[in-house]
Design a protein around this ligand. Structure first.
Ligand SMILES: *[C@@H]1O[C@H](CO)[C@@H](O)[C@H](O)[C@H]1NC(C)=O
Ligand SMILES: *[C@@H]1O[C@H](CO)[C@@H](O)[C@H](O)[C@H]1NC(C)=O
Ligand SMILES: *[C@@H]1O[C@H](CO)[C@@H](O)[C@H](O)[C@H]1NC(C)=O
Ligand SMILES: *[C@@H]1O[C@H](CO)[C@@H](O)[C@H](O)[C@H]1NC(C)=O
Ligand SMILES: CC(=O)N[C@H]1CO[C@H](CO)[C@@H](O)[C@@H]1O
Ligand SMILES: [Zn+2]
Length: 515
């Protein structure tokens, strides 16, 4: 009986859907969870990702900020948005500063490829140009402490150290934390009087170094870099075989510039403009690869939802945002938030974020999160966030899907909206430790589990439908506080250490070594 009713409803809503399309928005049904879910399918989600991958392949292998691949990704989505008569779309320009290091390491006339630990807090301040003898450092973990250098005179020399994990260091295969392996070595070599230090990447660190924990202090940061495993073996055999000092020239200089990029938006023309449901994902990739899980997967979900929602007239207005320059430090979303007028800020009811939803676990952002002093990236969830969390959790639990509580962190596009005290939520399926291809070239189409992304897609379809229909009743509205002399809202800093260009971007072996 129940089943029979359900199928009748399904037929009715299908008719409503075709009518709505025919009427081109003159009259159409409110968003219906089941109907939207039906239209968010794995085929559609995967098709968008295939297209984004093709775009990366045609544009030098990535879709990063300030590259043709980003522009092509933006145009690809925009051309789809522009087909709608019931939604309006626009872009927002922003100027983003960036820096690029140029590192050279030449040993007896042979140039070795060196990765720069480019994203320390002091990026840009460490131009150097040194010349000296290259010597082998203490073996293995001994180079993690100053004591390891006992009996070894490295004063004025470039020390080449093994990159094995340090005692107590965390190694989430295949990743190893930068802070755990690199920072102690830089400190130790520096205190032993070395002129410079080059870390020989361990062959086990297939994916490289990542993370921004325990950054070295400026005073510990002597000229430094890392070398790939095979290159390092070559250098070692050279040092060992020549019975005389081996000289190297080690140089680094930074190039700084500014470049324009865009955020892309689309919103329903209909729907209550004073209770806007915002849904965002970042569109840029890192430079090392096509960025299909990170974060093409979130962008794909937004495209699929956009198409699915064309059949409905949202009760509360729905606005999608594809952010630019996230990977450089959340520039796109922060710019958007800080350019809102008081009215525009007040009109936003909630913000949902989707990035890296292609495989791993089913992480739902914690709506009751509190910021912890020991974790500078942790955030306190604004009021209403637990309502959003519950919508996701109830849906997923009801579908028999296991859930992981995902802490609310400042290094996502959510941060700007937390600073407006807006209810936030969304899903995330894990990065380091779950996604072997995180920030690597292999983050391509085949890195996506289509069952996984579909489950998250349908859960989101459901939550967006509920929020579009009842959001104004179930979410407390956060009104903005003060405005500056230009009439723009002043976000309340929840975190004074927001990722900057130097901190946000992970240290990977990628850019330089191309893996
Ligand atoms: C270490 O080497 C430097 C440079 O070769 C030299 O000036 C210094 O005296 C040496 N220190 C010791 C303790 O041998
Ligand atoms: C800031 O917002 C105003 C409208 O409120 C808009 O006219 C202007 O173009 C925006 N500026 C940027 C840089 O996006
Ligand atoms: C979040 O906190 C609220 C209020 O303290 C509580 O009612 C709710 O059960 C909590 N939700 C979760 C998912 O922990
Ligand atoms: C794909 O994801 C689903 C849902 O998380 C999981 O059950 C399945 O094992 C995954 N498949 C692979 C090949 O990992
Ligand atoms: C930093 C990064 O590369 N990308 C983001 C992709 O999305 C997840 C979830 O929002 C973020 O944690 C990552 O920072
Ligand atoms: Zn990323």
């Amino acid at each position: 009986m129940k089943f029979r009713n359900a199928s009748i409803i399904a037929v009715v809503s299908y008719i409503a859907y075709t009518n709505a399309a025919a009427l081109k928005g003159t009259s159409c049904p409110p968003v219906d969870s089941k109907g939207v879910q039906r239209l968010v399918t794995k085929n559609k989600l995967m098709k968008n990702l295939k297209d984004l991958e093709t775009i990366a392949n045609w544009n030098g292998g990535n879709r990063a900020f300030n590259t043709p691949g980003y522009t092509a990704s933006l145009n690809y989505i925009k051309s789809q948005l522009d087909t709608s008569k019931t939604w309006k779309s626009w872009t927002q320009d922003l100027e983003v500063p960036y820096q690029k290091p140029k590192v050279t390491f030449v040993v007896e006339g042979k140039a070795y490829t060196i990765g720069h630990f480019q994203f320390s807090m002091w990026a840009g301040e460490d131009d150097f140009n040194v010349e000296g003898e290259v010597v082998e450092g203490p073996p293995g973990p001994a180079s993690c402490t100053p004591e390891g250098y006992t009996g070894l005179n490295v004063t004025g020399k470039i020390v080449f150290v093994d990159g094995a994990n340090c005692p107590g260091g965390v190694w989430q295969s295949p990743w190893v934390h930068y802070g755990d392996v690199v920072a102690p070595r830089l400190r130790a070599a520096h205190s032993a009087g070395a002129l410079a230090v080059v870390v020989h990447l361990n062959e086990k660190y297939e994916a490289g170094l990542v993370g921004f924990k325990q950054m070295p202090d400026r005073k510990d940061f002597s000229p430094s870099g890392y070398m790939a495993y095979t290159d390092g073996l070559h250098l070692l055999s050279l040092i060992r075989r020549t019975g005389r000092p081996v000289l190297a020239k080690f140089e680094n200089s930074w190039f700084s510039g500014k470049s324009l990029t865009q955020n892309l938006f689309s919103e329903s023309i209909g729907g209550d403009p004073t209770n806007v449901i915002m849904i965002g994902a970042h569109l840029d990739s890192i430079r090392n690869g096509p960025g299909i899980n990170d974060n093409g997967s979130g962008s794909s979900l937004l495209i699929a939802l956009f198409h699915a929602l064309q059949s409905y007239c949202p009760k509360n207005r729905i606005r999608f945002a594809w952010w630019g320059a996230e990977e450089l430090g959340l520039y796109g979303s922060n710019h958007y938030v800080s350019n809102l007028s008081k009215q525009e800020a007040d009109d936003i009811l909630v913000y949902l974020n989707f990035d890296m939803i292609g495989h791993g676990y089913f992480g739902v952002f914690d709506g009751n999160s509190t910021s912890k002093p020991e974790d500078p990236y942790s955030l306190t969830s604004p009021p209403g966030s637990s309502v959003i969390e519950k919508l996701f959790v109830d849906y997923l639990v009801g579908s028999g899907v296991p859930i992981t509580k995902e802490p609310l962190v400042a290094n996502t596009d959510i941060a700007g909206f937390v600073e407006l005290n807006k209810a936030v939520g969304g899903m995330h399926s894990g990065s380091i430790g779950v996604d072997f291809c995180y920030h690597r070239k292999c983050d391509d189409y085949t890195n996506i589990n289509e069952t996984h992304i579909e489950i998250i897609g349908k859960a989101t379809a459901h939550v967006v439908s509920v929020l579009s229909n009842e959001g104004a009743k179930i979410i407390p509205k956060a009104l903005s506080h003060s405005v500056n002399e230009d009439g723009r809202v002043i976000p309340t800093k929840v975190w004074d250490k927001k990722p900057s260009i130097s901190e946000k971007v992970d240290v990977t072996v990628g850019d330089v070594l191309g893996i």
